[in-house]
Structures are given as structure tokens and as C-alpha cells.
Design a protein around this ligand. Sequence first.
Ligand code: FES
Ligand SMILES: [Fe+2]
Length: 369
Amino acid sequence: MQTPRTRPPTFLEARGLRQQARTAGLHPDYWYAVEHSHALRRGQVQEVRFWGRSFALYRGQDGVVRALENRCAHRRLKLSHGEVQGCNLTCIYHGWTYAPDGTVISFAHELFGKPMPTFRIGSFPVRERYGLIWLFPGDPAVSATRGIPDIPELEGPRRWACVPISLRLRCHHSMLIENICDFTHAYLHRKTRPFIDAKLTRYEAQPERVVVEYDTLVGAGPIARLFVDRKRVRTDHMVLAYEYPYQWSNTGDRIKSWCFVLPEDESHCRAFFLFYFDALKIPFTSVPIPQWLLTYVLKVANRVLIGPILAEDAFAVEAEQEGWELHHDAPAAELNPAMVEFQQLTVRRWQEYLEAASRRSMVKAQVQP
Ligand code: FES
Ligand SMILES: [Fe+2]
């Protein structure tokens, strides 16, 4: 096995756009999908991570999900080792119990004659939507004004069928976002063929997003083409966007997707995909798949169609991460002009976050001499 000559740079050491993009974090003042709703039952607790920070995510016996800083105020054990009691979380070691706001409300041992002490750790806003649990790791005051993306197709009685699918990846989040939106990698999918003959027709950078459009044949693979109803959907053009910090795609307003990336640290991320369709037909017929059957069909599609394509992408981005760790000093080579815009957006938002954080800490230092 090759060993790198030096460790990869940090963001502040990075030289050039590519190195900066591969070391930038994602701005914490957004809602991040951290887990599937079904994966956290009442009374369960688990650890989730955002850019090196750890959170204890738990579902109370009332069904509500909450998140606390994953550090007992006492001896700093992870609270995710603990136990859910009602709506509270109890540390496994000495049994200090935390309320949802992070306050210690009881102790499973004597207080040595002292009055009830006051200890508190951080608590973070949590919501559930689209079958996912969302955490706001940034400034809680911003969470009320910053929304989870609205997906009208997934709301209401006539919502489109959707079965979320997720990946755990050993790669930097920017590698995944670029992978999804850069259709020059059709070669990787030459057997599954989710898109072929792609030509970039437009790209546009806006303050918080980059939109790219391709003329391409979508869903040309051996299984997909049986299910896609080409009479109802235009499958020769696709619009995709890096909607910071998320990603979406739209094929003919009938085949859509979102990808929500959770940057766990510099070399690990999770990706939660929502694919939703309004133009699927029963194979070998032109009969639309009835609504009641769609969820089942999508579960099968996740396994036989989408899963194998994503597995190819997962292999490629994890191999890219290995390449980055070994050859981070090698010159960057890029042909797709839209990818430069992606990297600029990632870097700019991270710089804005770091600048704001350093201003905040300077103000704090002035207030607390
Ligand atoms: S370490 Fe958590 S209660 Fe002591
Ligand atoms: Fe791909």
C-alpha cells in the first residue's frame, strides 16, 4: 500500500481552489438530515456526527426526537451510551439525567449535603420530515428562519411515492456532490446507464446555488427503461442543482430527486437520497403503476436499480478520497466548467462561516476579559 508523503492540508493551509474545496466544511446554519425516522424508535439513542462534532440523538417515550451535545457534564462520557427515560436522557456512568434542554435534572447518587447543583450542556433543534430526522447544528436562533427544503410533491394526500435511501461514504462531501452533478462520469455507469451521451447545455452560478443542465438520455439502462413511461415524461434533458448545502435533480418535472449530505468529518459523510417519480409504468405495457403499488415498486427499485448505480458512485468517490490523501499536492485537472462553480460556492460559504465565527469569538473575548 502506498503511503502519502505528507498529510493532506487543512482548509487554512490549502493552496488553490481544489485543495480548498476538498478541505472545506459545510456551514452549520442549515438543517441537515442525520438519520432515517424509522431507524430511531421510541426509547432509543444513537450518536450522529457533524463535521467532527458529536450529538446524542434520542427519541423520547413521547415519540419526539431530540439532540443533545454528546458529552456528559460530569466525566464527559458520550450520552449516546446512556438510556432514554421518558423524555430525558440518563448517562450510563453515574446516572445524571438530562432534560431535553440539556439541564441536569436528577442524580442517581447522593449530593453530599450540597444544594441541587446546576449543570447544562448544549441542546439542538430537531425536526422530522420526508421520513428523515433533521438536526440544526448551527446557531439555534437561525433555525427558526432557515427552512428544511420544501418538496411539495412529497406533501398532502396525492403525494408521490418515495422511499429514502442512504449511503455511508469514506469521502469528503464535495466529492459526492460533484459526482452527482458531473455527468462526465457516464463511463463509470456504462452497464447500468442511468444517463448517456450527456452534453452540458447551461450552467449558472447564483449566490446560494449552481444550476447545471444536460441534454442526455435518462434511464437508458436495461431495468430503468422498462419502468420509465417515456410517453409522459421528457427524458432527453435533465436539470440539476447544488442548492447549498443540498443537491436536487429534475427530469421533465416527473422524475425528481434530492440528496442531503451530512458531512461527518473531513473524510466521512452520509448521503440521504429521495428519489420520487410520477411517470412509472408497468413493464411491457403503457399502464401507469397504481399509487398503492408505487411504494412497494420503489423499495424493489432501490434494491435492483438505484442501489447498484449508487454503489458504483460510492466506489468511485471512496477511491477519489484515497487518491486525494495520497496525491493532494498533485496539480488539479478539471474540464467541466460547472465543477469550478461548485467548488467556489463550497469554499465561499465555508470562508463566510469561519469569518463570522472568528468575529463572534473576538466579541466574546472583549465581553469576558
Ligand atoms: S460521567 Fe455521566 S454521570 Fe458521571
Ligand atoms: Fe453516478
